[in-house]
Ligand binder design. Structure first.
Ligand code: GDP
Ligand code: IMO
Ligand code: MG
Length: 427
């Protein structure tokens, strides 16, 4: 059986922490899309670790970790990440396997990402510049290089062919930065990548399913960044939704069990693109400061706003979320009031449906407000401790999404997570 764990907003919902918490229930944790654009934070013995390409189960002894075919790998950032993890005494050659079908991010992909963003000017996506878009373009354009290719004797020639195409494109885009340093680093890191366990991950995972093992598929980014269902074109280049795990791991849909959907108790976005419930005022600044909302991968300040139940309901629908997990509840402690976006007004009409195009249109978010609570969520140890007004927020989320909340996270630590199971969230 395979359970999924996904972000329901614009990324950074706290997926890393929750995977790390749930990992002891599983034998395998598998990443199925994205690449080093992701930054998943966890705390190991009070030490902060940010993972980019490697699954967040890697610190659990006895667990296997899989990088699936749907992931794109930059050998350079992968090697750096491996070194950081191995410094904690973990032998990745034993606990990590990589699909031979995963695509490689080349130095020229990163250059193309940068050139493309420069050419777009004010319309830039706000990409992490990790080469994600150009690598997935080469994958669907049937030009890409895969991890398995590094084991072939003619890898260098294949590399040169693709590099040549990219240099032509970069010339047309008037990009003339010297990338020779990146290329040297790339080939050194490809050597390191060759020493890892490169396999047919689809056979490995399906064998594990047959043996009754439990797999947790760890999503990266979030539903509103999905290439099909996100706020296109301000999205990433992969399917971040539940369906993406089938193509990104080679697992058939009937094996999918629970779908854990993660949402903050408010909302953030990093990079460009529409954000209907964004707060451009002092309240947004307070959320950023209290929630330490700065990108885990790029360090950029995250845009902050109130939770958006129109978008969240849509995300639950597309993903078939069975269990909601609300993170960063403690960040709302001390706010004068907490806003909840319940509908949009577009062209003078109120709607609770997520529109096809929210880039070009003026959207007004309609809010309900919940008064402040007097007790800190960060001090709560069980559901019964939670302040009444916070419970009202949870009730609204459940009512709009029609999904039960399984856990509420109230701090960065592995165990700062309150189970809501047993009874309903209604007091
Ligand atoms: P991911 O990309 O979804 O894994 O999320 P990130 O790691 O990019 O960002 C989430 C940030 O919030 C990290 O710094 C986490 O340590 C932190 N975090 C996770 N859960 C909580 C929580 O319940 N409360 C607080 N205050 N911080 C949290
Ligand atoms: P995790 O897994 C938040 C955003 C970028 C940009 C857009 C496209 O940590 O939640 P890309 O580099 O993919 O071409 O960027 O998507 N983005 C993320 N935002 N969390 C992420 O990952 C993100 N990965 C990409 O900021 O707006
Ligand atoms: Mg992140």
């Amino acid at each position: 059986m395979v359970d999924a764990l996904l972000g329901l907003q614009w990324g950074d919902e706290g997926k890393g922490k929750i995977v790390d918490f749930l990992a002891h229930d599983y034998q395998i944790i598998a990443r199925f899309q994205g690449g080093p654009n992701a930054g998943h934070t966890l705390y190991i013995k009070d030490k902060k670790v940010v993972l980019h390409t490697i699954p967040s189960g890697v610190f659990h002894p006895g667990l296997m970790n899989v990088i699936g075919n749907g992931v794109v790998i930059d050998p350079v950032s992968f090697e750096q990440e491996c070194n950081e993890i191995e410094a904690h005494g973990i032998d990745l050659k034993k606990v990590l396997v990589i699909s031979e079908r995963a695509h490689l991010i080349l130095p020229t992909h990163k250059a193309l990402d940068k050139a493309s963003e420069l050419n777009k000017g004010v319309n830039k996506i706000g990409s992490t510049l990790k080469g994600i878009g150009p690598t997935y373009m080469d994958k669907t354009g049937r030009n890409g290089l895969r991890v398995g290719d590094i084991l072939r004797p003619d890898f260098q020639q294949r590399y040169e062919v693709l590099r040549g195409k990219h240099l032509d494109l970069l010339g047309q885009m008037k990009f003339d930065e010297d990338i020779s340093e990146w290329e040297n680093a790339f080939f050194a890191s490809v050597e390191a990548l060759r020493k890892h366990t490169i396999i047919s991950a689809e056979y490995y995972l399906n064998d594990a399913i047959r043996q009754g093992k439990k797999i947790l598929a760890e999503g990266a980014q979030g539903t509103m960044l999905d290439i099909d269902f996100g706020t296109y074109p301000f999205v990433t280049s992969s399917n971040t939704v539940t369906a993406g795990l089938c193509t990104g791991l080679g697992i058939a849909p009937q094996h999918v069990g629970k779908v854990y959907g993660i949402s903050k108790a408010y909302c953030t976005r990093v990079g460009s693109g529409p954000f209907p419930s964004e707060l451009l005022d002092a309240t947004g600044d307070t959320l950023r400061a209290n929630g330490n909302e700065f990108g885990s991968t790029t360090g950029r300040p995250r845009r902050c706003g109130w939770i958006d139940l129109v978008a969240l309901r849509y995300a639950c629908l597309i993903n078939g979320v069975s269990d909601l997990i609300i993170t960063k509840s403690d960040v709302l402690d001390g706010m004068e009031q907490v806003g909840v976006c319940t509908s949009y007004v577009m062209d003078g009409k109120e709607t609770t449906q997520f529109p096809y195009d929210i880039n070009e249109k003026e959207i007004e978010a309609k809010f309900d407000y919940i008064p402040a609570w007097d007790k800190n969520l960060s001090d709560c140890e069980s559901k019964d401790d939670m302040p009444r007004n916070f419970m009202r927020l949870l009730e609204m989320i459940e009512k709009h999404t029609q999904v039960n909340i399984a856990y509420v996270s109230n701090g960065v630590g592995r165990d700062q997570l309150i189970s809501m199971k047993g009874n309903s969230t209604k007091p």
